[in-house]
Structure formats: C-alpha cells, structure tokens
Design a protein around this ligand. Sequence first.
Ligand code: GTP
Ligand code: MG
Length: 249
Amino acid sequence: MAPDPKIAMGWLHTAKFLTTAPELKHLPRIEVPEIAFVGRSNAGKSTCINTLTQQHRLAFASKTPGRTQSINLFSLGKQGITDAVLADLPGYGYAAVPKEAKYRWQQVMGNYLQTRDNLQAIVLLCAPRLGLTELDEVLLDVIRPRVEAGLKFLVLLTKSDKLNRADAAKALQIVKLQAGGGDVKLFSSLKRQGVEEVAQHLWDWAHPKEKPEKPVKAPRVAPDAEAGQTDPESRPDALDPAAPEQPGH
Ligand SMILES: Nc1nc2c(ncn2[C@@H]2O[C@H](COP(=O)(O)OP(=O)(O)OP(=O)(O)O)[C@@H](O)[C@H]2O)c(=O)[nH]1
Ligand SMILES: [Mg+2]
C-alpha cells in the first residue's frame, strides 16, 4: 500500500486528459501501466474516475446511460512524468443501443481487454442491487486468462449510498461469492465511501514493488553509485506520443 492515502490521492489529482479513441488501433502505444474502468452502462465509471482524481469534469458522466462512447485515457504522474494511465471505457448492457453498435463495442472491448499490452489492472464497477450480471460474467471469462497471468482485478459495488448497511453487507457477500473470492469493495462517489482505499490500490498497481533480486556476491561499489547518481535511462518510461501504433490490431 502507498505509505499514506494522501500520497495516492495527490498522485491521482495529477490526472490529465490524454486522448480519446473509438477503438484499440487508434490508441497510442504506451509503456506505463494502464488501469481500465469497465462495467455496465450507468454503473458510475466516469464518476468514479472524477472522484478518485478529485476533478469534476475530467471524465464525462451523465444520467443518460451510454454517455461514454469511446476509450478515454487520462495520464497520471508527478512533475510531468507520466507513470500510469487510467482508461474510462464505454459501458455495456444498455438496452436502447442498436444491435450493430452493441456488436461493434463487444469487439472493441474484447480486443482491448485481451490485447492491450500495458493493461495492468481492471476495476469492474457494478450496481449493488444487480450484482454481477450475465454481461459482467462474460467479461470475467474474457479476462480470466490474463488475470491468471497476473492482471490485477478489483470489483466495486458502486452507489453504495443507495443501500442501507444491512443490504450493502449482503450485496458485498453475494458479489464476493460471484467473483470467486476476488477483491470486492463498496464504493460511493456521493458519500466518498472506499475512495482512499481504492486510490491506494491504484497506486500500488502502478508502482509495483520490485522483487528483491537473488543475493549475489557484492561487487565493489563504483564511486558514482556511492554518490547516489542515477542513470536517466532508468526512469520509468514516459509516454512516447511518437511511438507507432501497435502492430496487429
Ligand atoms: N447516488 C449515486 N449516484 C452516482 C454515484 N456515482 C455515479 N452516480 C450517478 O450515476 C449516473 C451514471 O454515472 P456515470 O459515471 O456517467 O456512469 P458510467 O458508468 O460512466 O456510464 P456510461 O458512460 O454510460 O457507461 C450519473 O447520474 C451519476 O451521477 C454514486 O456514488 N452515488
Ligand atoms: Mg462513462
């Protein structure tokens, strides 16, 4: 965990709009970890991003389901050095969307979730009264191989302010079972429930602690290293807007 939730919240507050794209092939290739917010339409994804970043209108939120229609990326990082990206994805399951658009979006989403190289974690948001719906289960099936390969994953029961304590506890229990023991949390943008906790998760995903290397016989320390000099090339990779699009999409 980030040593202090204030650090994670301060980091999230640096969020800036980066780009928007109707499908994966239009997204820039990015080297830093990406954290995607997914879920049914109207679940509260865009609002959740605004709450976490403490910015009112970073992501477009609306009462009308289907508000977010493209993949929107927001960059994060202090001192202008991007060290992570948040992705706000369009929701699924909105009945009024024409069949063709639904199909197109399933393809875009499946493609994104299965092949986006720098995807580090997924936050799946769902309404506590609905729990995980059939479409959420389909999404879980799609990402299962990647979760097994190390993709981080968190389920948020959004709008928890709409439930009393007993109902919220019950919903949490049910979704925990549905998610097969995965991490599930109550979240409310309105009441700010779970905000700092989720912020800390995001921080941790974006700043994984490096595994200690196997102990090796200590070499003689070079004078430069003793002086604490760092190699600029060893900084976390910043975004490279000039990078070519990922091949094969
Ligand atoms: N009561 C309550 N309402 C919320 C909360 N979070 C979001 N909402 C409302 O839910 C509606 C949908 O929020 P959005 O953030 O646009 O939902 P979305 O998941 O991004 O929707 P799409 O872009 O259509 O996929 C808006 O009217 C929000 O004000 C919350 O924590 N509590
Ligand atoms: Mg949205």
